[in-house]
Unconditional design. Sequence first.
Length: 131
Amino acid sequence: EKSFVSAGFSMQIQQSDLATSSDSEAYTLNFNWDHQFTEKFSVIQSFFINLAIFTPQLTQEQAANARIGYQGSGQQTTVTYQCRFAYQFFPYLSAEAGWSYTSYGSYFDVNNGDGNSFTRNQVYLGVRGTY
């Protein structure tokens, strides 16, 4: 049996330009855990959360005068969890079965509300070949 754990955090700040008219800050936290039950059978799990915050640099009137879109201030949040089981037949061929859950929320105070939010579950089976 072998296990591997990793985690990370990042922060990104992006200055506004006239195309977006919003400064943004993004914060990301991730966590991964891989565990090998036997030499051929393993599980890989990942957790990811991202928060992006948008702050307008122009008023709604200034954006209208410049003829660019204005969405106000807001945030976008993404949470993803993935779990995948793998069985290795040969060093270059394995079968996988997994599940992925994603929740995305987009909230802006003008024109948007929470109209772009969604939750998604995905189940998959596959064969992976490597060389």
